[in-house]
Design a protein around this ligand. Structure first.
Ligand SMILES: [Zn+2]
Length: 66
């Protein structure tokens, strides 16, 4: 069952893609998630880079991104 998650840093509502990316990049056991903007700050990259990552994982057929 899916519940509504928010970013632990800024409180923004998260998409399923964002949550999936958190799990993929950080840990599958993760319980707290961050939005793309806050994640990109953590990783020192651009939001666009993370959007590209999401697209790549989807192309690979990663089951987290369904
Ligand atoms: Zn955030």
């Amino acid at each position: 069952m899916r519940s509504i998650k928010t970013c632990i840093d800024c409180g923004r509502f998260l998409t399923q893609d964002e949550i999936a990316l958190n799990k993929k990049l950080v840990s599958r056991e993760l319980r707290e998630y961050k939005c793309l903007a806050c994640l990109s700050q953590d990783f020192g990259c651009e939001v666009a880079d993370l959007e590209i990552k999401i697209a790549e994982f989807k192309e690979q057929g990663c089951t987290l991104f369904i």
